[in-house]
Design a protein around this ligand. Structure first.
Ligand code: NAP
Ligand code: MG
Length: 400
């Protein structure tokens, strides 16, 4: 059988520990036999990041901006222990943070649903993708512990000398105050990323805030989303048959719980922090969760939501058998290949990505899975496979 040809290379960002092992297995067993894989390779493994003093991470992110689609393996974010373990020159920043900064993107997380692994909310038939704004609000706040009676004011002093002053509260007794901010540019970029993503998956977009209470602050978010939608996306959404929908955050939570899923939920920074953890735990496992970084101008980076699975890697190094779940990493590859296929008009590549996803889910639904899923599945007659045997089982289905 002739291998599928690609035109534009994917940006391939290799990583660390157990996920680096899985990365190679996936290429050997599931990709190279079927595709004439074209990638621009960047080694974000900690050793090479250190050799290049982290330059390679910046180059990889710039390549993602240039080529438009990247796939990334999980990587170590150094801490004190890692600095010793790898004898690092510095405690480098999180690669994901560096890449997000350069691509100026928003992260979208969605569970991979499969029969036999039930979400705790039984009516969720399709995944709900959560998009969290990653700038400002309470994460960049300024706080004061008020010691006693006094007046708290909010003051803005413009560069031109203009002053805006409002009373927050006339304190008669001790208390607390907090100041926070956001930027119209950042909110606009967030809105664009969400709308581009919703278009790319052809799903409705929900956005919610507390604009009934926070009339100016949350009102700004609501108005910017609406303006970006009206000016840049309305026609495209209508052509794709999808809808942009704004509501109050309390109403959104109630609707999400009753919904069948299958939409993108954009959240302000704090709401997204809380709701993404709720969503991940409601759906069973971090190893069944994809993560996609989308820039405001529609560049994509696909990865797994979990880390490098360090504990399994140390077992692997000792020669012990591991049963590490590769599904999220496989879906990162298939997501990137599908997007590349769509952008370059290579239908065979899109079809291959669909087949790879299906073969992966079919394997699990047939009762062949890794230990993390075997422990929580409702299926009976389950075979717990090793890391490599699970990938080989998928290959068998893919070949058939
Ligand atoms: P982790 O790699 O996500 O693993 C935590 C635990 O979750 C594992 O020990 C394992 O539980 C379970 N798990 C996660 N992924 C799994 C999979 N694919 N299959 C089976 N079980 C899985 O988090 P960590 O061990 O706290 O972090 C390790 C390294 O990853 C750190 O250096 C951190 O900096 C990095 N990290 C990177 C990213 C990223 O690149 N996006 C994200 C998070 C963390 P059991 O041990 O109970 O089996
Ligand atoms: Mg959190």
């Amino acid at each position: 059988m002739a291998k599928i040809q690609m035109t534009t290379p994917l940006v391939e960002m290799d990583g660390d520990e157990m996920t680096r092992i899985i990365w190679q297995y996936i290429k050997d067993e599931l990709l190279n036999p079927f595709i004439d894989l074209k990638t621009e390779y960047y080694d974000l493994g900690l050793k090479y990041r250190d050799e290049t003093r982290d330059k390679v991470t910046i180059e990889a992110a710039e390549a993602a901006n240039r080529l438009g689609v990247a796939v990334k393996c999980a990587t170590i974010t150094p801490n004190d222990a890692r600095v010793k373990e790898y004898d690092l020159h510095e405690m480098y920043r999180s690669p994901n943070g560096t890449i997000r900064g350069i691509m100026d993107g928003t992260i979208f997380r969605a569970p991979i649903l499969v029969k036999g692994i039930k979400p705790h909310v039984w009516n969720w038939e399709k995944p709900i993708t959560l998009a969290r704004h990653s700038y400002g609000d309470v994460y960049r706040n300024t706080e004061i512990k008020v010691p006693g009676a006094g007046k708290a004011e909010l003051v803005f002093t413009g560069e031109d000398g203009q002053e805006i002053r409002k009373t927050i509260f006339d304190f008669k007794a001790p208390g607390v105050i907090q100041g926070m901010h956001n930027l119209d540019g950042s909110i606009e970029g967030f809105a664009r990323s969400c709308m581009n993503y919703a278009l790319s998956v052809k799903q409705d977009l929900w956005f919610a805030s507390k604009d009934t209470i926070s009339k100016i602050y949350d009102g700004d978010f609501r108005d910017i989303f609406q303006r970006v939608y009206d000016e840049e996306f309305k026609d495209k959404f209508e052509a794709a048959g999808i809808e942009y929908f704004y509501t109050l955050i309390d109403d959104a939570v109630a609707r999400v719980m009753r919904s069948k899923g299958g939409f993108v939920w954009a959240c302000k920074n704090y709401d997204g922090d809380v709701m993404s953890d709720m969503m991940a735990s409601a759906c069973g496992s971090l190893a069944m969760m994809t993560s996609i970084l989308v820039s405001p101008d529609g560049k994509y980076e696909y990865e797994a939501a979990h880390g490098t699975v360090q504990r399994h890697y140390y077992k692997h190094l000792k020669g012990e058998e591991t049963s590490t779940n590769s599904v999220a990493t496989i879906f990162a590859w298939s997501g990137a290949l599908r997007k590349r296929g769509e952008l370059d008009g290579i239908q065979e590549l899109v079809d291959f990505a669909d087949k790879l996803d299906k073969a992966t889910l079919d394997t699990i639904e047939a009762g062949e899975m890794t230990g993390d899923l075997a422990a929580i599945t409702t299926l009976t007659n389950v075979k717990k496979l090793s890391t490599l045997d699970f990938i080989k089982a998928i290959r068998k289905r893919l070949e058939a």
